[in-house]
Design a protein around this ligand. Sequence first.
Ligand code: FAD
Length: 1050
Amino acid sequence: MSVTRIIHVPQYFLAKSRSVVHLCSHPHVSMWGLSRWKHSNAQRYKAVIFDMGGVLIPSPDALAAEWELKNCLRPGWIWKTLVSGENRVAWDRCMLGKLTFEEFVEVVTADQTPDLLKSYLQAIVSQQNYQIPETRDVVQCIRAEGLQTAVLTNNFWCKGQSFLPVEKADFDVIIESCREGISKPNPAIYKLCLERLRVHPEESIFLDDCGLNLKQAAQLGMNTIKVKDRATAIQELESVLGFPLLGYVHGTQAVRKGMEIPTDRLKEYLQTTLGLSSTEPLTLRQFIHGQSNPTYHVQSGNRQLVLRKKPPGKLLQSAHAVEREYRVMKALSAMGVPVPRTLAICEDPSVLGTTFYLMEYCPGRIFKDPTLPGLTVSQRRDIYTSMNRALCKIHQVDIRAAGLEDYGKYGNYIERQVRIWTKQYRASETHVIPTMEQLIKWLPNNLPTHEKTTVVHGDFRLDNLVFHPDKPEVLAILDWELSTLGDPISDVASNCLAHHLPPKFPILKGLKNHDLIEFGIPSDLEYLTLYCDNMGINPVENWNFYIAFSFFRVTAILQGIYKRSLQGQASSAKAETAGKLTEEVAELAWVFAVREGFQKFKSIPMKNPTPPVRKYSTWSRQSSSTASSLHHNSRQMVSVPKGHLIISPDGLPAPVQELRLKLTAFMDKHIYPQEQELLDHQRAENRWIPNPIMEELKCEAKANGLWNLFLPLKTDPGIKYGAGLTNLEYAHLCEVMGRSLHAPEAFNCSAPDTGNMEILVKYGTETQKEQWLRPLLDGKIRSCFAMTEPQVASSDATNIEASIVEEGDVYVLNGHKWWTSGAMDPRCKLCVFMGKTDPEAHRHRQQSMILVPMDTPGINVIRPLSVYGMEDPPGGHGELIFENVRVPKENILLGPGRGFEIAQGRLGPGRIHHCMRLIGYADRALQLMKERVKTRVAFGKPLAEQGTIMADIANSRVEIEQARLLVLKAAHLMDTVSDKEAVSEISMIKLVAPNMALRVIDRAIQAFGAAGLGSDYPLAQFFGWARALRLADGPDEVHRAVVAKLELKR
Ligand SMILES: Cc1cc2nc3c(=O)[nH]c(=O)nc-3n(C[C@H](O)[C@H](O)[C@H](O)COP(=O)(O)OP(=O)(O)OC[C@H]3O[C@@H](n4cnc5c(N)ncnc54)[C@H](O)[C@@H]3O)c2cc1C
């Protein structure tokens, strides 16, 4: 594939809907929708407004005439009677929505035959009224040219809804008199319509069959067409607009200016080559899709064809290679790949000016929205499955048997692509995009090592497929412009880009944040697995690389577009949008590059069995590594084998070391200097109002990538929510955060949110995740966990008495809770509540957990509780009464009776975080102690030289080191074995860490003298929290009991 071919913008970026930008690299066609075919008149008008009765649906007058004839009534009698006298008043009220149609029918009076009038009225709203098919054609043709359409009707309420038997989706604006309370010819209703269309009167054309209504429209400055007979009106509208209004074919518009084809010569060619009749009229429309090689729908009699040709004018050498498309489709068709049937290729320029080919038009369904609206869950699954199979069919083609050996180069496809797209990007670079710079360095260093070579489509995605009208079967794969020989996984990756784009992404609707399980759509990893199964190949290990590469390619394309939009006539707003998109997609690419980096260092086998050498007594010393960037070095510095217990930060993988360095720097720069102010706020009168300093710290931490580091890779294997660290890696970072009581919240790593977020990741439905997990991950809200109750020994969770009772479609909660940490915080929006749904069930199946919005009526916060007088504002520890709190049933987590199971799950990582932090408390206390004793002299020598002080220092160091090793071991087992199998170590460390911290902090306090108990140093607070943690995560005795029981079983 040559460079010039590659610069063609894939169909991905060709507009598929009216709201979408139109892009093309062809010199004749400018970017961002400026290329639309426009006739001079069409440019003058921006909207066409249709009356309904007599224009879009049959006229009630025509029906009345039939009835009059049948019943020997005077012509015009029906409507004259209906709109005169009392009937008139009622009819007007009906149009204004004040009477329903049924009520109007009841009040209709007539000197004679009121029953006849009534049955006529019933007939109007019955099956005889439907949108006339050719008017749908007209409306769609108008919209295909970029004009808006509207319905402006005097209608009424009938059978509980407004009477509107037209295809609503075809109209940008619908104005109904019964909804608005005004009717034509009141000028206000026309103005309303124009206002909603955002057009001036002279930019609109109004079609109605009623002279009075038209007169008013004309007086307002609108252009009008009277619809006496439909055919004449359509012709008139055609000549006003300047483009044809019949023969609409999905995805087409009128042939664009400069793209016309000599129809006589085409007719002649079709006759001689395909034997088509020369007497049948030939109609041509141009596909909106495929602007670089103009593509036409050709209709001759019943035969529908597609013609694709090189554009006119001087072309870049080897660009617009329609011959290649023809060749590959023909070859693949013979190999059973679903492609449109090719009919003929003509390379004689005397026929249509440039080379073209013909294929059969393949009618069917094309899905532009990847969520497949309107389909059922199983239909969606089937559509994705058949897309997957279609892709496999391409990749399974025997290149030699298909005669395509010379269709591209063998091997190193990705490497060539990276080079070409980098070059392409550089050629259109307008400013430095740091993430692109990182990608340009990262991609060549991470290329796949084992590439297969198959036919690749180059732009394989859902809306390039034509599906059978009823069955989940791909009938044809379109758009072969970028096809070549290459790495098949690149096709799978570009097929999955939509999975990672937001639903409203401007150039392609995405699936991100959608509940794919609910939709029945496979996740990208499931889709990949299905592909690998279908192909019979091993799982793709470097999937994130391929996604990163695909987004990189897209970024390079978008940058080209951005540059052209700056140079061209695009508005600055459009250019700015293009620029933002470019950077957004580059960021996305980088997200996947980072994931790939993390994945890689976790899977690299140990080459050298010698563990990293730990530098003695340098535990809390910063690593001497001077890695400049977390990501740049990920490849070179990966040194940590899977399953290796890393006891020193020096042994962490480079990206984690880098994170730790950043974190330490952040603590030095932002946390320690503000500790006193943060503490003062906690004692101030306004302490229950969140401190703005904390909010600033959060922003800063987020901007530094120090956010949500807590969520373990095991819980979040796709790294969808967290940073993808293992528990062991996080232990090293969490200890640093533990050095200040204020730090964890700044990094969104504080309890009880971390535990609750983990619950939501593990057990929440997609809807629950969207509603609660997302804002928690963003740090926008906070949460609490309500289990403990004052009236029962809550260390035994089976004692919990709060009730959760099913009542219709809600659960009703009653209970008394206390020590609910975080409940006082005004940002606390969610409570994870534990109670009993079935007191009769097995003792471990009685409890359930349910998500309770904190603003639900019936939640009464009674008071904040304090630990040694510390209230821990603004979160606090609340005592709460839940009184008849009604919560939707779907808020239950995992299902009734599963509360214990979830509580067990919650005891995992979230709980040993306290232990990790306790090491930090203790280490900081020891550090402060050492500094203090070196500077104070008592009885003739520095305190540091007093034997007892030295013994205290030594004991503290020994105990910290011991406890740290046990924390790391527990974390490591959780990573490499399971939380369940690590239960003994988890219990041990919960017992060891707070007790160790208490002793170390106590020694430090003693060495500080009275100052140690005051608030000038964090020691007293550390002590208080370490003491509380001998209870908060369950009392020591309970952990001891667990260890003992397991020990006795050994
Ligand atoms: C600062 C702080 C924050 C907290 N945050 C929360 C929160 O957010 N949400 C929440 O639901 N709870 C929270 N708690 C409550 C905490 O989980 C409970 O205090 C703990 O589970 C113990 O329950 P209890 O207080 O009812 O004590 P009890 O169960 O009454 O136990 C009292 C004592 O009995 C002894 N004991 C218990 N079991 C045994 C045994 N097997 N063998 C020997 N002796 C035993 C122990 O000495 C124990 O301390 C918090 C507590 C504190 C101090």
